[in-house]
Ligand binder design. Structure first.
Ligand code: NAP
Length: 195
């Protein structure tokens, strides 16, 4: 049988409950065998504050207790900017029978037309855009018809806000998995110095 694998790509600086809800909803709704959190090595369209070593360690901590969520570190091993088309080509060569689903939020989807060789990426995976309940599907002529829209409960949590909360010493527990909260504080990430 064809294996169905979801890929939730991200900078994950830090990973939070919004990411896990997206991954779990996609897994259940799309009947995926597994969802991999794909950590971007050099997310060249974003500035990151944490090293890739810290980001992957946080993602591993975030999914440690979930047998259906796994971590894919391949993009950290590639030099240069992280292009999803390269990753999908690698994955397809390794497992040609697998059907890949690339999952992304609305903001990330709005930038798809700026991605490197996005048509190659579209050809190698089914793109899944998660939207808030009641939101209209993104109206963008550059997106292929094959994009799947998936409604999920929206958690108003973002990595940007979390970095600010850590820096200001505000509450973060439960907005990120407990193990991620402990990791950030232990390593003094985001200007947090109360570890
Ligand atoms: P991120 O900020 O770490 O977030 C990861 C994903 O989770 C995004 O799709 C994001 O969508 C979604 N998300 C975060 N919080 C959410 C919430 N509360 N509810 C629902 N969804 C939520 O990731 P990123 O840095 O934007 O990167 C996304 C992927 O795009 C990565 O795999 C990256 O490599 C890829 N990318 C590729 C190229 C290229 O190939 N040239 C260019 C740019 C990005 P939102 O953005 O909507 O929050």
């Amino acid at each position: 049988m064809t294996r169905r694998v979801g890929l939730l790509g991200g900078t994950f600086d830090p990973p939070h409950l919004g990411h896990l809800v997206v991954a779990e909803c996609a897994r259940v709704e799309l009947e995926l065998d597994e969802v991999r959190l794909l950590v971007a090595g050099d997310p060249y369209q974003k500035s990151t504050t944490s090293t890739s070593e810290h980001r992957i360690a946080m993602v591993r901590a975030a999914v440690a207790d979930d047998e259906h969520l796994t971590v894919d570190a391949r993009e950290l091993d590639r030099s240069g900017p992280t292009y999803t088309a390269d990753t999908l080509a690698e994955l397809t060569a390794e497992a040609p029978q697998t059907r890949w689903f690339f999952i992304l939020g609305e903001d990330a989807a709005a930038g798809l037309s700026t991605w490197e060789r996005v048509d190659e990426a579209f050809a190698l995976a089914t793109f899944v855009v998660v939207t808030r309940p009641g939101d209209a599907a993104p109206d963008d002529a550059t997106l292929p018809d094959a994009i799947v829209h998936l409604e999920i409960p929206q958690l108003e949590v973002s990595s940007t806000e979390l970095r600010e909360r850590f820096a200001a010493g505000r509450a973060t527990r439960y907005l990120v998995p407990v193990a991620v909260d402990a990791y950030v504080r232990t390593h003094g990430l985001y200007g947090n110095d109360d570890g």
